[in-house]
Design a protein around this ligand. Structure first.
Ligand code: SF4
Ligand code: SF4
Ligand code: SF4
Ligand code: FES
Length: 929
């Protein structure tokens, strides 16, 4: 038996195990590790309230007392370190009495307001008292401290606080946020924000999860349940691609709280391995559950009649929709039908959708949200290496010795995977290099922060490729096995001038070389790229260059090394894997591979849409173009809302007006649903069964917490019903049957231990290398301000904006602007300014953000009020057909209303001065008389 500390367990570190004796048994433990862990390995559960596997022991609760031979006083096992020859006794009468006394001491000052405490029945202090049989609660002095309800989401009840410090430690050591501390107020010790200010943090709720008592309280659900009344359903979060496992705790079809492993697994029984996550979830997963119960949900199918929506029974809606689809197919052929499905649906629903569209409606015009960016990564990786996603696991990410992150604001988009990156640096000693235009939270933490100029990503990446080659750092295996590719790359980058790279990026060449060297010489390097690469102009080529860099650094060859192309929505990767794009059948199999087509045709008992028609299948921008031309007669939208997402310059409304039949399947009425002919209410993740595929390709289970409300149905059932009404029944009794079918057609998709099969470098690789290293100019100049649509930590697409809890935490539809630009405008946070692009202008409130450089302004992509997206232009990538609309040049000006405000405040000031003067004069007069 042996015990090793997770902390510092880097794969590079040799662990020394030594013998110690615990309760008469000899065990092996890591020298210097916590004695608590070593004892736990023997099967003894010591009482404990302040120890947690995720962070350093604090030793405050005084419960984990043991005897160590040679020590006069009792020893706190959590803070004691294992040393050679130690002899420890845990179960002596003296120890049990000491543990009892420690519990009794806590109880003396505790309010014991259990009847109104949310933790009642799940409280560690109650458990300790019960387990240690502390029945005689001595009269003590109760602390009287008013509850601190100033923050959003969390209330602090300091009467109940046992000062264990876990909340502070999880925030500081796991989140690396450090938002909490102990502070003194009115002679009492409090936990809260530094300086006793109102807490304004990331609201991940980890502090709430680890609090052993009811001192930190969930504001959104307090006093509404008792823990034992709640039914627990372990499922997968429906927001971002991190795909966290979470537990929906429900009472009578209502989600009361969302918890995760962190809430339940502390010191007891959870033997984690190095690189494992801490089991927490983020603000979206923890608090964004209200939308499931929202009374704004769609509950019955609706049909448009004379411009008004009327409710309609399901069977009638199915018959009508099927008839109209059949008529359109008969009159115009399958090419006149198109479908878009969101990256939020389960794999099983996406699979069925594409099967339905292809085999029943005879169309390959299908696309998904990955067309907003992630398809660049998928297609470039497929073209080069025949892979279509990340090549590392989350554990490998945490244990990496060097991570280069390009174009990612990772703590905002993927806060829980971001913790693995933080752990790689803070716990395992890895190097973190972050290249971004703004001073992101990750960039601030990085070992090598690289704040590069706006729009210089391509120069930065090209510079890195050049530096690896010019410094002779290229992977010897790559040089040996791919001589033509190596020579082509070398000659392609020869013309790149170091001075130009430095000038464009704002980084010294030596810095570029340092990054290149760190990644190339790493043992387990990881290259991560995200939205600011894949959803902005030139993305496809930038991804190709990043793949070049990874090849040159041996990242596809070294064990534990790899790439991580980040996608946004919870099942964006799965939607591509399941074939909801015209390029691929399920399994990312090329749509035009004859053998594979036959395999699917025979499984589906149908003929696939032809590849010899004038078009092999339309992508999202092509569907909208075809609709403009009047060629699309029916559009089936599943969770997609092009009107609410795409800029006005794409004229989506005009395109939709030319379509005869629009079907919208959504949990909520959306901008696009408003113009649809049929609106079908669908289940949310909490009412659904199936799987989601996360950022690294793990397939995670989605489990129904309660059956769909009202008349709501899961997506897959609707496709199945429609297929029956269309005369081509594709029927399943349960999601498991769809899963079994996917497993047959895409063998191993659900296997959790799959290893990525990286194909050979394509033959064309060397031939096309030169194209992506041609000299190019940055589009931005000093006189331009760039507006960028960005994601926020508190939201996920538009879905989260339907959630009252998340909107209460953050609904700031402010334009973020640098202090320098604010100064030029003489404006401050809350002021209205005018923002203008070549496509329009509007007024928007600003927020001054220190992290932004001069010349860059951000607007949260989640909000359309004001419709800042309509200032954007749209560009379609010639190769990947991806739509770029997140960045544009703008000018900013003080708004007329801001000037009016200033005039008004000046006037008010003058009037006040006048009044003061009159007052002084009149009191002087009064004194004289
Ligand atoms: S909610 Fe998260 S970030 Fe905020 S104080 Fe608690 S642990 Fe820290
Ligand atoms: S608030 Fe909870 S976790 Fe924080 S110190 Fe108090 S008891 Fe411990
Ligand atoms: S939103 Fe993402 S990071 Fe947050 S809990 Fe859900 S899956 Fe995890
Ligand atoms: S002092 Fe060791 S668990 Fe609290």
């Amino acid at each position: 038996m042996s015990s090793v500390n997770k902390q510092n367990a880097s794969p590079d570190r040799k662990v020394e195990l030594i013998d110690i004796v615990i309760d008469g048994k000899t065990v092996q433990a890591e020298e210097g590790s916590s004695l608590f862990n070593a004892i736990k390995w023997t099967g003894v559960e010591l009482p404990a309230m302040c120890y947690h596997y995720s962070f350093s022991p604090f030793g405050s609760c005084g419960l984990c007392l043991v005897e160590v031979e040679g020590k006069k006083n009792n020893v706190r096992a959590c803070t004691a370190k294992v040393i050679e020859g130690m002899v420890v006794n845990t179960q002596t009468e003296k120890m049990v009495d000491a543990q009892k006394a420690a519990v009794a001491k806590h109880l003396k000052t505790h309010p014991l307001d259990c009847p109104v405490c949310d933790k009642d029945g799940q409280c560690e202090l109650q458990d300790m008292a019960y387990d240690l049989e502390v029945y005689d609660i001595k009269e003590g002095k109760r602390k009287v401290i008013p509850e601190d309800t100033r923050a959003v989401a969390l209330d602090f009840n300091m009467e109940r606080c046992i000062l264990c410090g876990q909340c502070i430690n999880v925030c500081k050591e796991v989140q690396l946020v450090d938002a909490l501390c102990f502070y003194k107020k009115d002679k009492a010790k409090h936990v809260g924000a530094h300086g006793g200010e109102t807490l304004d943090c990331e609201f991940c709720g980890d502090c709430l999860a680890v609090c052993p008592v009811g001192a930190i309280v969930n504001k959104f659900s307090k006093y509404t349940f008792k823990p034992w009344q709640l039914e627990k359903t372990e499922t997968t979060c429906g927001f971002c691609s991190d795909g966290c496992t979470l537990t929906l705790e429900t009472k009578a079809r209502e989600i009361k709280v969302v918890t995760s492993e962190l809430s339940y697994t502390s010191k007891f029984g959870f033997d984690i391995e190095a690189g494992d996550g801490h089991g927490g979830i983020c603000v979206r997963g923890r608090f964004g559950f209200q939308y499931v119960m929202s009374d704004k949900r769609l509950t019955l199918p609706q049909v448009k009649n004379n411009g008004e929506f009327l409710e309609i029974p399901w069977f009638k809606a199915m018959i009508e929709i099927a008839k109209r689809l059949n008529d359109i197919k008969a009159a115009y052929g399958g090419d006149a039908i198109a479908g878009l499905i969101s990256g939020r649906c389960t794999n099983e629903s996406v699979y069925l959708f594409q099967r339905f569209m292809r085999s029943v409606l005879d169309t390959n015009n299908i696309d998904t949200a990955a067309r907003y960016g992630h398809m660049n990564s998928v297609l470039a990786l497929q073209e080069t290496l025949k892979i279509g996603g990340a090549t590392i696991s989350l554990q490998e990410l945490a244990l990496s010795d060097a991570i280069l992150m390009v174009g990612s604001d990772f703590t905002e988009t993927n806060p829980i995977t971001a913790l693995r990156v933080k752990a790689s640096m803070a716990e395992y000693g890895g190097k973190l290099m972050v290249a971004h235009n703004t001073e992101t939270k990750m960039l601030k933490l990085a070992t090598l922060p690289l704040q590069i100029a706006v729009g210089s990503e391509s120069h930065f990446i090209q510079g890195l490729v050049k530096a690896v080659l010019s410094k002779g750092l290229a992977d010897s295996d790559f040089i040996e096995k791919q001589p033509a590719a190596y020579t082509a790359l070398k000659s392609a980058v020869a013309q790149i001038a170091e001075t130009v790279v430095s000038e464009k990026t704002g980084l010294e060449w030596e810095k570029i070389e340092e990054v290149a060297q760190t990644l190339a010489l790493s043992k387990r390097g990881v290259l991560l790229w995200a939205e600011d690469i894949v959803s902005k102009t030139g993305a496809y080529q930038n991804v190709q260059r990043l793949i070049d860099l990874a090849l040159l650094c041996g990242l596809f060859r070294k064990k534990g090394a790899g790439i991580l192309p980040v996608c946004e929505e919870n099942n964006e990767q799965g939607a591509v894997d399941m074939g909801a794009v015209p390029e691929f059948l399920p399994g990312q199999i090329s749509f035009d591979l004859e053998d594979e087509r036959q395999r699917f045709e025979s499984a589906w008992h149908a003929t696939l849409p032809s590849t010899s028609t004038k078009r092999p299948g339309l992508s999202l921008p092509e569907i909208i173009e075809a609709a403009h031309r009047g060629e699309i007669k029916a559009l089936y939208l599943v969770g997609e809302n092009p009107l609410g997402t795409l800029p006005a310059s794409m004229k989506v409304r005009e395109a939709l007006e030319k379509i005869d039949l629009i079907i919208c399947q959504d949990p909520f009425m959306s901008e696009t649903a408003e113009v649809a002919d049929y609106v079908l209410p669908v289940a949310t993740f909490a009412e659904n069964e199936g799987t989601y595929t996360n950022i690294v390709g793990d397939v995670n289970r989605v489990v129904e917490a309660f059956s769909p409300r009202d008349e709501v149905r899961p997506d897959w059932k609707i496709f199945s019903d429609l297929s029956k009404n269309l005369g081509h029944p594709i029927q399943y009794r349960a999601v498991e049957e769809i899963r079994a079918e996917i497993n047959t057609l895409v063998p191993g998709y659900y296997r959790q231990d799959k290893t990525m099969q990286i194909g050979d470098l394509s033959e064309d690789f060397a031939r096309h290398v030169a194209d992506r290293y041609k000299t190019e100019e940055s589009k931005n100049t000093d006189t331009t301000i760039t507006l960028s649509l960005q994601q926020s930590l508190y939201h996920s697409g538009k879905l989260s904006t339907h959630d009252e809890n998340l909107m209460e935490i953050n609904s700031k539809n402010f334009l973020q602007i640098s202090p320098a630009d604010a100064e030029v405008l003489q404006a401050e946070t809350g002021d209205l300014i005018n923002i203008k692009s070549a496509f329009g202008q509007l007024e928007v409130k600003i927020e001054v953000a220190e992290a932004l450089p001069k010349g860059l302004v951000y607007y949260p992509i989640h909000f359309n009020d004001p419709p800042v997206k309509d200032l954007m232009t749209v560009e379609v990538d010639a190769k990947s057909k991806t739509i770029y609309f997140r960045s544009i040049a703008v000018t900013l000006a003080r708004s007329a209303s801001l000037d009016l405000k200033v005039i008004a405040s000046e006037k008010a000031l003058q009037e006040e001065e006048k009044e003061n003067k009159e007052e002084t004069e009149s009191s002087a007069k009064a004194e004289q008389t």
